[in-house]
Design a protein around this ligand. Structure first.
Ligand SMILES: C[S@@+](CC[C@H](N)C(=O)[O-])C[C@H]1O[C@@H](n2cnc3c(N)ncnc32)[C@H](O)[C@@H]1O
Length: 309
C-alpha cells in the first residue's frame, strides 16, 4: 500500500533493470541498503544522521512498510526509498555492478530449524550477489542476537573468497538501538555483529535485466480446453508455475487465470487475462497484478497459450 508516494517505489512497473538510482534520487550520492527495515526506526535515524547518502530499504511485511513510511514522513526524511520485496531478489536484480557502498541487516529472521535452513538469507549465494553489487571496499554489516547465525554468515562469506572478513564483535557499541534491539538487551541477551569488506567481484546470473516487455500471446485456441488447466503444474529447469484458479466473466468471453510461479526460490502471485478479439484470443498479464517479468512469468503466458492451442 503506497501511503506516501515519495517513499514507496514499485519497481515492477519500471521498464528497465538494473535501476538507474541516480535518476530516482536525482543525485549520485552513495547508495546504502537496508534489508528488513521493520518499522523504519533505524532508517529514519540513519537518513537524518547521514543526509549525504541515498538510503534504499527492502521489507516483506506490508504492516512494516506502512509504519516505516509514516515514520519517514514524520521525520521529514528526504533521502529514502522503500520497496516491498524480498531482499535477496532486490539486491540481485535492482543494482548494477559495483554501485552500493554499504548493505545493512539488523536482526534478520534466523530460521532456526534445519528444515528451514534454505530460507536463511545469509546463504553463500547472498554473498556472491553482494560481491557483485558492492563497490570495491564497500561493506556489509549484520547484527543479530543469534551467535550461531552470525557465525554461519561469517563462514559463508569467507568461503566465497571475495571479502575481507573481520572478527565477530560481541556487544559492539551501536550508534542507534531499535526497539527490537533494546528489548533483547533488556532480557540480557548478547548482541553479535559481523562486518565484511569487499575485495573482489564474483559472478551472478540475474533473472531479469534490460528492457521489460509486457509478456503476451495471441492466436487461435480451443477454449473448451481451459478446464484442463485447473491446478495444473508446469515445470521446466528452474521455473515452475501452478494454475490456482480460472474465473469466467459472466457477461463476456473473457477469463482471469490465477497463477503462482517460482524462479528458483523467488515466488510470485499474479493474474493473467484471456479474452477474445475478433477471431483471435489474447493472453496477457492482468493490469491489476504486477509481477516482475521473470522467466517463469513469461513462460506461463507462452505455455498456457500453447496448451489451449
Ligand atoms: C526481526 S525483524 C527486525 C526488524 C528491524 N531490522 C529491527 O532491527 O528492528 C526482521 C524483519 O525482516 C523482514 N524480512 C524477513 N525476510 C526478509 C527478506 N527476505 N527480505 C526483506 N525483508 C525481510 C521481516 O518482515 C521483519 O520485518
Amino acid at each position: 500500500m503506497v501511503i506516501f508516494p515519495e517513499y514507496e517505489l514499485k519497481p515492477q512497473q519500471f521498464h528497465y533493470f538494473p535501476i538507474d538510482w541516480s535518476k530516482i534520487f536525482e543525485n549520485s550520492n552513495p547508495i546504502h541498503v537496508e534489508i528488513g527495515f521493520g518499522n523504519g526506526e533505524y532508517a529514519a535515524y540513519y537518513c537524518k544522521q547521514y543526509p549525504e547518502i541515498n538510503y534504499i530499504g527492502f521489507e516483506l511485511s506490508i504492516t512494516s512498510m506502512i509504519k516505516a513510511q509514516k515514520k519517514l514522513k514524520k521525520d521529514n526524511i528526504k533521502n529514502a526509498k522503500l520497496i516491498l520485496v524480498d531482499g535477496k531478489f532486490a539486491l540481485r536484480e535492482f543494482f548494477d555492478e559495483e554501485t552500493i557502498e554499504k548493505v545493512i541487516m539488523n536482526f534478520p529472521v534466523p530460521w532456526y530449524k534445519n528444515s528451514q535452513s534454505h530460507r536463511r538469507i545469509i546463504l553463500k549465494e547472498f554473498f556472491e550477489i553482494l560481491s557483485v553489487v558492492l563497490k570495491n571496499g564497500g561493506c556489509f554489516e549484520l547484527v543479530s542476537d543469534q551467535e550461531w547465525y552470525v557465525k554461519e554468515a561469517k563462514e559463508n562469506a569467507q568461503s566465497t573468497g571475495y571479502f575481507e572478513v573481520f572478527q565477530i564483535e560481541k556487544n559492539p557499541p551501536r550508534e542507534f538501538y531499535t526497539r527490537y534491539e533494546k528489548k533483547w538487551i533488556k532480557f540480557g541477551r548478547d548482541i553479535f555483529k559481523l562486518r565484511i569488506k569487499k575485495i573482489k567481484s564474483g559472478r551472478i546470473e540475474r533473472l531479469i535485466g534490460g528492457v521489460q516487455e509486457m509478456p503476451h500471446a495471441k492466436g487461435k485456441i480451443d477454449i473448451t480446453k481451459i478446464n484442463s488447466l485447473k491446478e495444473a503444474v508446469f515445470k521446466e529447469s528452474d521455473k515452475i508455475f501452478i494454475v490456482k484458479g480460472i474465473y469466467k466473466d459472466i457477461n463476456s468471453e473473457s477469463y482471469v487465470i490465477k497463477i503462482i510461479s517460482t524462479d528458483k526460490d523467488f515466488v510470485q502471485h499474479y493474474f493473467l487475462c484471456l479474452y477474445r478479439k475478433d477471431n483471435e484470443w489474447i493472453l496477457k498479464l492482468d493490469s491489476e497484478s504486477n509481477p516482475y517479468r521473470t522467466p517463469a512469468v513469461k513462460w506461463s503466458v507462452k505455455k498456457i497459450m500453447e496448451v489451449l492451442s
